[in-house]
Design a protein around this ligand. Structure first.
Ligand SMILES: [Zn+2]
Length: 263
């Protein structure tokens, strides 16, 4: 049984942040690197995280991507990921997402940018298909889905468009991610078995920090805030804040973290 894996934090901000990158991560074990959401500017935020924690991960080294939903702060860099894999590395990337997002990813998000290629010398127009750029794997609900060494489960979050929370398990260690969601006790109950839980916060459609702070101590101590506002006081937060540019070792510990490495 594996007793730990790595979590590299690329961003912790919300969609409107002037301070942080948009919330996204890389989970890593045994040389496999799984990107959780792909905001722009993807190569730059990877570089920044590597410079901060001393462990560089380039786009070359990213294997697969999980796309939680189609809001720009989560998926805007997927196009860059696909182009990089195809044109810099000569292979196709692999995206894992919900059945709902899989249904519309190409037609409603990517086709406008990737659907047609015009040869600038000859003017010849080629019509592209999704399989020209990426392999798509649907994450089914209700059971674990294998991605590299990880087992990934999903659950629908409460958000204006189809969005999934994640449980990422390696052996007997697991990381939960609420993704964008309203405060939802059932979603939190689903995540509560994880060793480390990343939970979003925000105003309006998002989960209020006041409600999260009222959770029982055994859940709160392993809860780490992400998607927080620029004016959130991380030093006085009632819930510990995940830090951008840090490398966490997820393990069976009271707060889910065995080690943190950052500048
Ligand atoms: Zn969203």
């Amino acid at each position: 049984m594996s007793d730990s894996f790595e979590l590299l934090v690329l961003g912790v901000g919300d969609a409107f942040s002037e301070t942080y990158n948009h919330t996204s991560f890389v989970v890593m074990s045994g040389g496999f690197r799984l990107l959780i959401d792909a905001p722009e500017p993807l190569p730059k935020i990877l570089r920044e995280a590597g410079d901060s924690c001393g462990v560089r991960v380039t786009l070359d080294e990213i294997d697969d991507v999980v796309i939680t939903h189609l809001h720009a702060d989560h998926v805007s860099g997927f196009e860059t990921y696909c182009y990089h894999k195809k044109y810099h590395q000569g292979r196709l990337g692999t995206a894992h997402t919900s059945p709902e997002v899989a249904e519309v990813l190409w037609d409603q998000r990517l086709r406008g940018a990737m659907g047609v290629t015009t040869d600038v010398a000859t003017g010849k127009v080629s019509h592209n298909r999704p399989e020209d750029y990426y392999r798509l794997r649907v994450l089914d609900y209700g059971h674990e889905n294998a991605i590299g060494p990880f087992q990934v489960s999903t659950r629908r979050a409460i958000h204006p468009i189809p969005t999934i929370g994640l449980v990422i398990r390696l052996g007997d260690v697991s990381l939960g991610y609420s993704c964008d969601t309203a405060y939802d006790p059932e979603h939190i109950a689903w995540l509560s078995g994880c060793d480390m839980i990343l939970h979003e916060t925000g105003e309006g459609l998002h989960a209020s920090i006041t409600r999260l702070a009222e959770l029982p101590g055994e859940i709160r101590r392993k809860l780490w805030l992400v998607h927080y506002r620029d004016d959130h006081d991380t030093g006085r937060s009632p819930i510990q804040c995940l830090r951008q540019g840090c490398l966490y070792t997820v393990a069976k510990r009271p707060n889910g973290v065995a080690k943190v490495q950052c500048a």
